[in-house]
Design a protein around this ligand. Sequence first.
Ligand code: TC6
Length: 674
Amino acid sequence: MSAVTTERKGDILVITANNPPVNALGFDVRAGLEAGIKEAQGDSTVKAVVIRCDGRTFFAGADITEFGKPLQEPGLPTVVNMIEACEKPVIAAVHGTALGGGFEVALGCHYRVAVPSAKLGLPEVKLGILPGAGGTQRLPRLAGVEVALEMATKGSPISAKQAKEYGIVDKLADEDSLTDDAIAFANDVADKRPLPVTSQMTANAEAGVFDAFRKANARKFRGFEAPEEIIQVIESTYDKPFQEGAERERQSFMKLIMGTQSAAQRHIFFAERKASKIDDVPDDIQKRDIKRVGVIGAGTMGGGISMNFLSAGIPVTIVEMSQEALDRGTGVMRKNYENTAKKGRITSDQVEKAMGLLTPTLDFDALGECDLIIEAVYENMDVKKEIFGRLDKLAKSGAILASNTSYLDINEIAASTSRPGDVVGMHFFSPANVMKLLEVVRGDKTDKDVLATVMALAKKIRKVAVVAGVCHGFIGNRMLMPRQVEANKLLMEGATPSQIDKVHVEFGMPMGPFQMADLAGVDIGWHRDPNRIEDVRDALCAEERWGQKKGAGFYDYDEKRNPSPSPRVMEIIDEWRAKTGTPQHEVSDQEIVERTLYPMVNEGALILEEGKAQRASDIDVVWIYGYGWPVYRGGPMFWADTVGLKPIVDALEKHGFTVSKLLKDKAEKGEKFN
Ligand code: TC6
């Protein structure tokens, strides 16, 4: 069946696209739209046109798989211009998501009718590009410069109702009768002239709006090329003739799409989707039914984990050892929900609904009715084994038994039960109700349907799940270790915490290794003996410099937790430099990159070599969603490709690292990871 068909409904020509799964605007669709408009133009009995889509959504954008390939005419700008130039009114009938090029098609139409559940947006910025089919020109004219700046630089879609308020949507249709409503609308406006042609409207901007917008969003846009390019395009063209603006838009589009940032962001778009696929587990495998989740531990992790399920409408039984801990934990959860409600992101009804699905209890046996039980107690193998032994006796048959451990051996935990096939790791990242990453740790004996169930559930609770094999620290934390070790060595050799952190922040990370240590707690994993001082960290801990929570760590903090370099920490570092006789040298920023970031690539290569990650792109997804690696660098493995594997291997060898065989082989053959 062809991607676009036409059908007459009285005086109206209905053009219908059908290009599953998301009606991306690939060549066939564009050509079909062009033919449809020509048909309407050439037939004097057609009074108006409706453009609609079959399936779950209106056009979700350009076909991203075509990017980077030679363009087959008609390009999208041509098609949108042609729609707008049609002498008969063209009405977009929008359901699902009208995104990117799909939204631009709608903007090219003379009118837009949408169902209330529809979403409209310009997510191109999330792919490192800008709307390239007139979006930067038509949206400011239709909805104003401020709305256009907000939508085009942030990429978040808006609801149809909001779009109606902005004047983007002309009419809200009934959820069940969009096509009929759009046809009725088309009949109503069939003879109305002049046609509302968006590109001919005028856009106005208040003085200073662009700079104020830049200033308000400076933090959010840090490091990204596309948002500033979008601001510049709108700023320099909103009051110019459409054609001039469209040309400027095209130049910027071409510049961005050829750039590394866009390649990185498109890589992550597909990597995220690929991550949910497990090579040896068929998509259609029968999954287990998860009606109730049990969580052991109501601390920060357990509470955060529970909130994910509650927010998705799945009841949770949460178990603690004491009433006090249970009350504290549930209190924190409620407070978190209430804070979100205060910010207007959820309603107070939703707070009550979520909390109403929670059953707090001290009775461990209550877990017997749960279909998935997640243990979130502190990191101690003996404690975990004891808990899984108990779960083995009381959990119902077929229940999935998961551990939230961030380092420990899932196989050993599984061996403490008589049902290792049901055991899996579910490693959430803190704060667990916010961070998008979930590492799903596959034990040697984990059943395939258990994995498939957990991956599907992850999507339901809006996490991005990546499968990791059993090894110390799995994918993410394992790669963090060489970074920390080298950062500590660099301190001893002459660098300062601020210099090392600055290099990481300038690279695009949310914080550097020492800022991270201060946030997480310098005392995590410390032996707690103030008299046993074997390195800088022990010395800091002995002085209760445990990080932000104590107002002092590698940095000093004021009451608002603003850091400043600490003279005392430099004294301690100097003491240890002298005590260990470490030779000093001037550490350059490049050396910090080579010694803290290249070893992460090396560790990633080892993880692949050992089969602990399925694919390099999964490692990239872990670092983007779990640790804030800058998405415009595409994750550590993609970044390594852009640096070149050969220079990385050379630098690692120069600094005395043992280089992974896989990394070396690839470098020698001139291959890439992605
Ligand atoms: C643009 O428009 C630029 C215009 C300038 C022109 C000059 N192309 O996400 P899902 C695939 S830029 C190709 O799992 P959902 C996806 O890979 C574009 N393929 O579904 C997946 O394939 P798989 C601006 C696409 O229901 C399948 O469809 N638009 C595209 O959770 C299902 O996807 C965007 O950035 C595409 N555009 O979410 C929107 N989109 O099954 C990007 C999806 O083989 N898309 N696929 O793995 C989305 O945000 C979401 O897909 C969604 C549906 C909200 C539309």
